[in-house]
Design a binder for this molecule. Structure first.
Ligand code: ZN
Length: 70
């Protein structure tokens, strides 16, 4: 089974085409690292996504990338 990784610059999952991180990606990431490492990892991804995606509401990407790690 391929990993649920994001395509850039669309930030859709290249496996299931959902906005990344899709549910399977969240499960895979949470299984792979502890909560702190996960939060750091997702902040790094968020930083890249902010540069790739058109500007939207400031909370939108936070909700999508970070909120679920808490
Ligand atoms: Zn996916």
């Amino acid at each position: 089974m391929p990993d649920h990784e994001p395509e850039r610059p669309s930030w859709r999952c290249h496996c299931c085409a959902a906005p990344w991180p899709c549910d399977p990606a969240r499960h895979q990431l949470a299984a792979r690292m502890d909560r702190i490492a996960l939060a750091v990892h997702m902040w790094e991804r968020l930083d890249h996504a902010v540069g790739d995606l058109p500007a939207g509401p400031p909370t939108e990407l936070f909700e999508r990338f970070i909120r679920w790690t808490h």
